[in-house]
Design a protein around this ligand. Structure first.
Ligand SMILES: CC(C)(COP(=O)(O)OP(=O)(O)OC[C@H]1O[C@@H](n2cnc3c(N)ncnc32)[C@H](O)[C@@H]1OP(=O)(O)O)[C@@H](O)C(=O)NCCC(=O)NCCS
Length: 221
Protein backbone atom coordinates (compact mmCIF):
# COMPACT_ATOMS: atom_id res chain seq x y z
CA UNK A 1 0.00 0.00 0.00
CA UNK A 2 0.95 3.66 0.43
CA UNK A 3 1.54 4.73 -3.19
CA UNK A 4 -1.24 3.61 -5.55
CA UNK A 5 -0.52 2.20 -9.01
CA UNK A 6 -0.77 4.50 -12.02
CA UNK A 7 -4.13 5.30 -13.58
CA UNK A 8 -4.59 7.47 -16.65
CA UNK A 9 -7.73 9.17 -17.95
CA UNK A 10 -8.85 12.27 -19.84
CA UNK A 11 -10.63 15.26 -18.35
CA UNK A 12 -11.86 17.32 -21.27
CA UNK A 13 -8.85 17.94 -23.50
CA UNK A 14 -6.35 17.22 -20.73
CA UNK A 15 -4.73 13.92 -19.85
CA UNK A 16 -4.53 13.26 -16.11
CA UNK A 17 -2.51 10.65 -14.29
CA UNK A 18 -2.96 9.46 -10.76
CA UNK A 19 0.50 8.13 -10.14
CA UNK A 20 3.37 7.85 -7.65
CA UNK A 21 5.45 10.93 -6.85
CA UNK A 22 8.78 11.42 -5.15
CA UNK A 23 10.11 13.23 -2.08
CA UNK A 24 11.46 15.95 -4.40
CA UNK A 25 8.18 16.22 -6.32
CA UNK A 26 6.30 17.37 -3.19
CA UNK A 27 8.04 20.74 -3.43
CA UNK A 28 5.48 21.50 -6.16
CA UNK A 29 2.78 21.59 -3.47
CA UNK A 30 4.36 24.38 -1.43
CA UNK A 31 3.08 27.55 -3.14
CA UNK A 32 -0.49 26.25 -3.02
CA UNK A 33 -0.16 24.93 0.53
CA UNK A 34 0.94 28.38 1.72
CA UNK A 35 -2.37 29.93 0.65
CA UNK A 36 -5.33 30.21 2.96
CA UNK A 37 -7.61 29.80 -0.06
CA UNK A 38 -6.23 26.25 -0.48
CA UNK A 39 -6.02 25.15 3.16
CA UNK A 40 -9.08 26.94 4.56
CA UNK A 41 -11.16 23.77 4.74
CA UNK A 42 -8.47 21.13 5.22
CA UNK A 43 -6.12 21.95 8.05
CA UNK A 44 -5.47 24.00 11.08
CA UNK A 45 -4.74 26.92 8.77
CA UNK A 46 -0.98 26.50 8.75
CA UNK A 47 1.24 26.95 5.70
CA UNK A 48 3.55 24.15 4.60
CA UNK A 49 7.25 24.34 3.78
CA UNK A 50 9.74 22.01 2.06
CA UNK A 51 10.53 20.52 5.48
CA UNK A 52 6.94 19.84 6.51
CA UNK A 53 5.92 18.53 3.09
CA UNK A 54 8.89 16.13 2.98
CA UNK A 55 8.25 15.04 6.56
CA UNK A 56 4.65 14.31 5.52
CA UNK A 57 5.90 12.38 2.47
CA UNK A 58 8.27 10.24 4.55
CA UNK A 59 5.35 9.35 6.80
CA UNK A 60 2.77 8.56 4.12
CA UNK A 61 4.95 6.34 1.93
CA UNK A 62 5.51 4.04 4.89
CA UNK A 63 1.87 4.04 5.93
CA UNK A 64 0.51 0.56 5.26
CA UNK A 65 -3.03 1.73 5.93
CA UNK A 66 -3.33 4.16 3.03
CA UNK A 67 -3.28 4.60 -0.72
CA UNK A 68 -1.99 7.88 -2.07
CA UNK A 69 -1.62 9.16 -5.61
CA UNK A 70 -0.07 12.27 -7.07
CA UNK A 71 -2.39 14.11 -9.46
CA UNK A 72 -0.46 14.86 -12.63
CA UNK A 73 -1.74 17.06 -15.46
CA UNK A 74 -0.23 16.25 -18.86
CA UNK A 75 -0.41 19.11 -21.34
CA UNK A 76 1.72 19.96 -24.35
CA UNK A 77 4.08 17.12 -23.52
CA UNK A 78 4.66 18.39 -19.96
CA UNK A 79 3.75 16.43 -16.85
CA UNK A 80 2.94 18.69 -13.87
CA UNK A 81 2.20 17.59 -10.31
CA UNK A 82 -0.91 19.58 -9.32
CA UNK A 83 -2.07 17.88 -6.12
CA UNK A 84 -2.78 14.58 -4.46
CA UNK A 85 -5.61 12.24 -3.68
CA UNK A 86 -5.59 9.75 -0.81
CA UNK A 87 -7.51 7.06 0.98
CA UNK A 88 -6.23 6.83 4.54
CA UNK A 89 -6.97 4.96 7.77
CA UNK A 90 -7.90 1.81 5.91
CA UNK A 91 -9.46 -0.53 8.45
CA UNK A 92 -10.20 -4.18 7.84
CA UNK A 93 -12.25 -5.14 10.88
CA UNK A 94 -15.24 -7.00 9.40
CA UNK A 95 -15.66 -4.31 6.73
CA UNK A 96 -12.89 -2.71 4.66
CA UNK A 97 -13.23 1.05 4.69
CA UNK A 98 -11.11 4.18 4.32
CA UNK A 99 -11.25 7.95 4.59
CA UNK A 100 -10.92 10.17 1.55
CA UNK A 101 -8.76 13.29 1.21
CA UNK A 102 -7.91 15.40 -1.84
CA UNK A 103 -6.15 18.62 -2.55
CA UNK A 104 -5.38 20.29 -5.84
CA UNK A 105 -2.61 22.62 -4.73
CA UNK A 106 -2.33 24.36 -8.11
CA UNK A 107 -5.46 26.49 -8.24
CA UNK A 108 -5.18 26.94 -12.01
CA UNK A 109 -6.58 23.42 -12.18
CA UNK A 110 -9.63 23.96 -9.97
CA UNK A 111 -13.09 23.65 -11.50
CA UNK A 112 -11.98 21.55 -14.48
CA UNK A 113 -13.48 18.28 -13.28
CA UNK A 114 -10.20 16.73 -12.11
CA UNK A 115 -11.25 15.93 -8.52
CA UNK A 116 -14.56 14.41 -9.65
CA UNK A 117 -12.82 12.16 -12.18
CA UNK A 118 -10.13 11.23 -9.63
CA UNK A 119 -12.79 10.29 -7.06
CA UNK A 120 -14.39 7.93 -9.59
CA UNK A 121 -11.07 6.38 -10.64
CA UNK A 122 -10.03 5.92 -7.02
CA UNK A 123 -13.32 4.27 -5.99
CA UNK A 124 -13.08 1.95 -8.98
CA UNK A 125 -9.50 1.04 -8.01
CA UNK A 126 -10.25 0.14 -4.40
CA UNK A 127 -13.63 -1.46 -5.05
CA UNK A 128 -12.52 -3.53 -8.04
CA UNK A 129 -8.85 -4.16 -7.26
CA UNK A 130 -8.89 -4.25 -3.47
CA UNK A 131 -12.39 -5.34 -2.38
CA UNK A 132 -13.15 -2.28 -0.26
CA UNK A 133 -16.71 -1.88 1.01
CA UNK A 134 -16.94 1.82 1.84
CA UNK A 135 -15.16 5.16 1.44
CA UNK A 136 -15.90 7.90 3.94
CA UNK A 137 -15.48 11.58 3.23
CA UNK A 138 -16.31 14.79 5.05
CA UNK A 139 -16.68 18.40 3.95
CA UNK A 140 -16.78 21.54 6.03
CA UNK A 141 -19.94 23.49 5.23
CA UNK A 142 -19.12 26.21 2.74
CA UNK A 143 -16.65 24.09 0.74
CA UNK A 144 -19.01 23.90 -2.22
CA UNK A 145 -16.41 22.70 -4.71
CA UNK A 146 -15.53 19.72 -2.61
CA UNK A 147 -19.14 18.86 -1.87
CA UNK A 148 -20.12 19.09 -5.52
CA UNK A 149 -17.15 16.96 -6.64
CA UNK A 150 -18.16 14.23 -4.15
CA UNK A 151 -21.85 14.33 -5.06
CA UNK A 152 -21.04 14.12 -8.76
CA UNK A 153 -18.89 11.06 -8.29
CA UNK A 154 -21.24 8.80 -6.33
CA UNK A 155 -20.94 9.94 -2.70
CA UNK A 156 -24.03 10.63 -0.61
CA UNK A 157 -24.67 12.67 2.51
CA UNK A 158 -25.00 10.69 5.76
CA UNK A 159 -24.92 13.04 8.77
CA UNK A 160 -23.50 16.29 10.17
CA UNK A 161 -20.95 16.83 12.96
CA UNK A 162 -21.55 20.21 14.54
CA UNK A 163 -18.93 22.90 15.17
CA UNK A 164 -15.92 21.20 13.62
CA UNK A 165 -13.86 24.26 12.59
CA UNK A 166 -13.81 28.01 13.08
CA UNK A 167 -13.57 29.74 9.71
CA UNK A 168 -14.02 33.36 8.74
CA UNK A 169 -15.63 34.41 11.99
CA UNK A 170 -18.00 31.53 12.46
CA UNK A 171 -18.16 27.92 13.64
CA UNK A 172 -18.69 25.54 10.72
CA UNK A 173 -20.28 22.12 10.74
CA UNK A 174 -18.86 19.07 8.99
CA UNK A 175 -21.07 17.17 6.51
CA UNK A 176 -20.13 13.48 6.39
CA UNK A 177 -20.49 11.53 3.15
CA UNK A 178 -19.97 7.93 2.07
CA UNK A 179 -19.49 5.97 -1.12
CA UNK A 180 -20.60 2.36 -0.78
CA UNK A 181 -19.33 -0.37 -3.05
CA UNK A 182 -22.48 -1.12 -5.09
CA UNK A 183 -21.51 -4.72 -5.98
CA UNK A 184 -24.03 -7.22 -4.57
CA UNK A 185 -21.52 -8.97 -2.29
CA UNK A 186 -20.39 -5.68 -0.70
CA UNK A 187 -23.89 -4.18 -0.55
CA UNK A 188 -25.18 -7.28 1.30
CA UNK A 189 -22.22 -7.27 3.69
CA UNK A 190 -22.79 -3.59 4.52
CA UNK A 191 -26.56 -3.65 4.97
CA UNK A 192 -26.96 -7.16 6.43
CA UNK A 193 -30.57 -7.64 7.55
CA UNK A 194 -31.32 -3.90 7.45
CA UNK A 195 -33.32 -2.26 4.69
CA UNK A 196 -31.21 0.34 2.89
CA UNK A 197 -32.61 3.87 2.96
CA UNK A 198 -34.10 5.29 -0.24
CA UNK A 199 -31.21 7.79 -0.28
CA UNK A 200 -28.74 4.90 -0.20
CA UNK A 201 -30.52 3.13 -3.05
CA UNK A 202 -30.41 6.30 -5.15
CA UNK A 203 -26.73 6.80 -4.25
CA UNK A 204 -25.99 3.20 -5.26
CA UNK A 205 -27.18 3.96 -8.80
CA UNK A 206 -24.95 7.04 -8.95
CA UNK A 207 -21.97 5.02 -7.75
CA UNK A 208 -22.68 2.30 -10.32
CA UNK A 209 -22.65 4.98 -13.01
CA UNK A 210 -19.35 6.38 -11.67
CA UNK A 211 -17.75 2.92 -11.73
CA UNK A 212 -19.00 2.29 -15.26
CA UNK A 213 -17.41 5.59 -16.30
CA UNK A 214 -14.14 4.49 -14.70
CA UNK A 215 -14.25 1.00 -16.21
CA UNK A 216 -14.56 2.54 -19.68
CA UNK A 217 -12.28 5.55 -19.28
CA UNK A 218 -9.53 4.72 -16.80
CA UNK A 219 -6.43 2.97 -18.04
CA UNK A 220 -4.80 1.08 -15.17
CA UNK A 221 -1.14 0.67 -16.11
C1 LIG B 1 -12.07 20.62 -3.45
C2 LIG B 1 -11.21 20.37 -4.69
C3 LIG B 1 -10.41 19.08 -4.49
C4 LIG B 1 -12.15 20.22 -5.88
O1 LIG B 1 -11.38 19.94 -7.03
P1 LIG B 1 -11.87 20.37 -8.50
O2 LIG B 1 -11.07 19.61 -9.48
O3 LIG B 1 -11.88 21.83 -8.56
O4 LIG B 1 -13.38 19.80 -8.50
P2 LIG B 1 -14.27 19.52 -9.79
O5 LIG B 1 -13.91 20.50 -10.87
O6 LIG B 1 -14.22 18.07 -10.12
O7 LIG B 1 -15.72 19.80 -9.23
C5 LIG B 1 -16.02 21.04 -8.63
C6 LIG B 1 -17.49 21.32 -8.82
O8 LIG B 1 -17.86 22.39 -7.94
C7 LIG B 1 -18.49 23.40 -8.68
N1 LIG B 1 -18.25 24.65 -7.99
C8 LIG B 1 -17.16 25.43 -8.02
N2 LIG B 1 -17.34 26.50 -7.23
C9 LIG B 1 -18.57 26.35 -6.67
C10 LIG B 1 -19.33 27.12 -5.77
N3 LIG B 1 -18.85 28.25 -5.25
N4 LIG B 1 -20.57 26.68 -5.43
C11 LIG B 1 -21.05 25.52 -5.94
N5 LIG B 1 -20.35 24.73 -6.81
C12 LIG B 1 -19.13 25.17 -7.16
C13 LIG B 1 -17.86 23.32 -10.05
O9 LIG B 1 -18.66 23.98 -11.01
C14 LIG B 1 -17.82 21.80 -10.24
O10 LIG B 1 -19.10 21.27 -10.53
P3 LIG B 1 -19.58 21.00 -12.04
O11 LIG B 1 -18.56 20.11 -12.67
O12 LIG B 1 -20.90 20.35 -11.89
O13 LIG B 1 -19.65 22.32 -12.73
C15 LIG B 1 -10.24 21.57 -4.95
O14 LIG B 1 -11.01 22.73 -5.12
C16 LIG B 1 -9.25 21.76 -3.81
O15 LIG B 1 -8.19 21.15 -3.80
N6 LIG B 1 -9.59 22.63 -2.83
C17 LIG B 1 -8.72 22.90 -1.68
C18 LIG B 1 -8.58 21.71 -0.75
C19 LIG B 1 -9.91 21.14 -0.31
O16 LIG B 1 -10.82 21.87 0.08
N7 LIG B 1 -10.00 19.81 -0.34
C20 LIG B 1 -11.19 19.08 0.02
C21 LIG B 1 -11.34 18.94 1.46
S1 LIG B 1 -12.83 18.06 1.89
Amino acid sequence: MALGCTMRFAVGDMAVEMAPFSREDVLAFIPGMARMSTVRYISFHTAQTAETEQEWYDKVIKDKSSFIWGLWAIENGERTLIGNSALTNITKDHIIQATSGSVITNQLYWGRGIASAAHMARAWYVFEQYGMHRIKSAVIQGNQRSRRALEKSGYSYVYTERNEQFIEGTLRHLDCFECLNPADWAWKAWWGEDTPTQAAVTAREKTQYALEWAAQNVELL
